[in-house]
Write a protein that binds this ligand. Structure first.
Ligand code: ATP
Length: 218
């Protein structure tokens, strides 16, 4: 279980906090607006109203002990930057900050934060990729062109074996890691595994090979 602090409980910060809780982590949420805190307080491990540009308020919270501190204040540039400077000076090592403009990104980069997030752009790219391959319901880029993708088997694959569905050239380039069927998981299914409608496949392979296999999977 990780320990996360989310600063700024707008739509982005609140959604991230709630998903972290759902994934079994501990989350401290902070916001200067009591309405934003009230909306999620009961669902988080801890939530507090605080002006995060106030160094003393941040110092009391022991934020350097957290695995990651996420600053989810996009629009109020000054608040985001002042808070980031304080968190760095308080010894927060793993600091992720949402940026809302190029200038914001540039300054955060100079401040040496661990990761700068552009939610709109990152989501836009993700949506375009999923739109382009509609059977892909989710994916993780592993770097070096390797991906793990989640695919819902189309009806026409029913009755075919995984081996048929995943033919590659050279063979064996795509590996099926898991098949989910009605809540049951088959880990490392064999090539002879026969697919049924609504099966969900988790596949691993290089993007090139996944693209080549896409027409069959569609
Ligand atoms: P989102 O797009 O995520 O909904 P937003 O654009 O509506 O965010 P932001 O300006 O990015 O709003 O701020 C996100 C949250 O950060 C808001 O709930 C706001 O109250 C909070 N916030 C802004 N400044 C401070 C501050 N100095 N101290 C504490 N919280 C702050």
């Amino acid at each position: 279980m990780g320990q996360f602090a989310v600063i700024g409980l707008g739509r982005f910060g609140a959604a991230t906090s709630l998903e972290l809780m759902r994934l079994g982590h501990s989350v401290l949420g902070l916001d200067g607006d009591s309405r934003a805190v009230d909306l999620v307080a009961e669902q988080l491990t801890r939530a507090a109203i605080a002006d995060v540009t106030d160094r003393n308020a941040l110092a009391e919270l022991g934020l350097d002990e957290y695995d990651v501190v996420l600053v989810a204040i996009g629009e109020e540039l000054q608040a985001s930057l002042v808070c980031t400077v304080h968190l760095k000076s308080l010894g927060v090592k793993n600091l992720w900050v949402k940026a809302s403009s190029r200038a914001h990104h540039l300054i955060l980069n100079k401040l040496g934060v661990s990761r700068i997030i552009h939610p709109e752009e990152e989501m836009g790219i993700r949506i375009a990729q999923v739109l382009s391959y509609p059977m892909v319901t989710d994916y993780i880029a592993l770097g070096n062109g390797d991906f793990v993708v989640e695919i819902e088997a189309s009806d026409h694959l029913a009755g075919h074996t995984l081996g048929d569905a995943l033919t590659t050239d050279p063979p064996g380039q795509i590996q099926a890691l898991l098949v989910k069927r009605q809540g049951k998981h088959t880990i490392h299914p064999p090539e002879q595994f026969v697919l049924q409608p609504k099966d969900t496949l988790i596949l691993f392979g290089p993007l090139q090979q996944l693209k080549m296999a896409a027409p069959k999977l569609r």
